[in-house]
Design a protein around this ligand. Structure first.
Ligand code: 5AD
Ligand code: SF4
Length: 379
């Protein structure tokens, strides 16, 4: 069946919505393995057997939003709120730099305010300074206005992650209160691309009401929006949220969502060979070797959590999050082993920019017939 749909090299980027929907429903083990193998070959051909690290600092769980699936949503009264001090954040950044991770991600709940914009701008400048400009900086700070995105880019951030969660506006509306607008998220992605950020997005996989056709449409969305980096993970219920309403993760659902996630990674690698794809932590919430499986299915990025141990339990967007009791050093040793176990190699000290970004930038420059400001876009 797989060979019926993917016959020759030419077909790969042109897989239709129908093909993708059928492939996502593959049941036969042999076919599924062959899909993963094919995607892995693509990844290895394009980028070698390298895995790039982004140390993620989850520096605050305050959030103004109220997404129905998320453990740190504004209306979760059970949660102890925290924010790391500026010095703690810089200490974590130094650790990332000194341990050769090459780049870091700053993530928090979504806060929109003048003070917050100023604070993050200063932080970016300080992180650039402590690493002599060497550390790559990715932001994952939600929807902001254009001016804010520009200021942060000018301060030295060069990548931005903003998940669309699903490309179906109907499903998006079911997962969020009315004040959270799907259209606004799309606008933000466009603005980020216009400014010059390497732009990342992603979806959750296995959401209640989500069909294989919805997921196939997600893959087509990444392609049509020319996204550079994709982080997709299984939906993992959090019992303190309206969407989960007290559910624990039933084993059957966990297996199904992980399998679907791995198929999504493989199909995306086949559709978009030169993007960065994360082996996300949520995959490990559902299987002890979930992230390794994603690497073998075509992913090339790992995001080790470097948040200090004392804060980790308060940053659980979903239940069963791994590494809650670990320190950054523990995760480092553990991930080294995990990467080695799948015969891959950690690319220390490298930014690991997605070649797709430069191709996108090149075609845009050609379209405009001139230079665009990408001063700090590459490294
Ligand atoms: N399961 C899986 N992923 C989740 N996220 C939030 N809540 C959950 C959950 N219950 C993801 C969203 C968000 C990212 C930061 O975390 O995709 O964009
Ligand atoms: Fe806030 Fe992001 Fe969670 Fe939504 S998914 S509640 S924006 S942290």
């Amino acid at each position: 069946m797989l060979e019926d749909i993917i016959c020759c090299e030419e077909d790969l980027k042109n897989l239709s919505l129908e093909d993708l929907t059928r492939l996502l429903q593959l049941e036969d083990e042999k076919n599924i393995k062959s899909l993963y193998r094919r995607a892995y070959q693509k990844k290895a051909e394009k980028g070698g057997k390298k895995v790039y690290f982004r140390g993620i600092i989850e520096f605050s769980n305050h959030c103004q939003k109220n997404c129905y699936y998320c453990g740190i949503r504004r209306e979760n009264p059970e949660l102890t709120r925290f924010e790391m001090s500026r010095e703690e954040i810089l200490e974590s950044a130094r650790w990332v730099y000194n341990n050769g991770y090459g780049s870091l991600v700053l993530q928090s709940g979504e806060i929109q305010s003048e003070e917050y914009t100023d604070y993050i701008e200063e932080l970016i400048l300080d992180i650039k300074e402590i690493s002599g400009g060497e550390l790559g900086i990715t932001l994952s700070l939600g929807e902001q206005d254009e001016k804010t995105y520009r200021r942060w880019f000018q301060a030295g951030a060069h990548r931005y992650l903003l998940r669309i969660e699903t490309s179906s506006s109907e499903l998006y509306n079911e997962l969020h209160p009315d004040s959270h607008q799907f259209q606004r998220r799309l606008e933000c992605l466009k603005i980020l691309q216009e400014i010059g950020y390497q732009t990342g997005t992603g979806v959750m996989i296995g959401l209640p009401g989500q069909t294989p056709a919805d997921l196939a449409a997600d893959l087509k969305f990444f392609q049509s929006y020319s996204i550079d980096m994709i982080g997709m993970g299984p939906y993992v219920p959090h019992s303190g949220t309206p969407l989960a309403s007290g559910d624990k993760i039933p084993a059957e659902l966990g297996r199904r969502n992980l399998d679907l996630s791995l198929k999504m990674v493989s199909l995306l690698r086949i559709l978009m060979p030169d993007v960065n794809i994360a082996a996300t932590t949520a995959m490990q919430a559902l299987h002890p070797r979930g992230r390794e499986k994603a690497l073998q299915a075509g992913a090339n990025i790992l995001m080790p959590v470097v948040t200090p141990r004392k804060y980790r339990e308060y940053y659980q967007l979903y239940e069963n999050k791994p590494c809650i009791d670990e320190k950054a050093e523990d995760c480092q040793g553990c991930l080294k082993q995990r990467v080695k176990s799948v015969d891959e190699e950690i690319a220390y000290g490298e930014w690991g920019d997605p070649p797709h970004y430069f191709r996108r930038l090149g075609s845009r420059t050609a379209e405009l017939g001139g230079e665009i400001d990408a001063e700090n876009a590459a490294g």
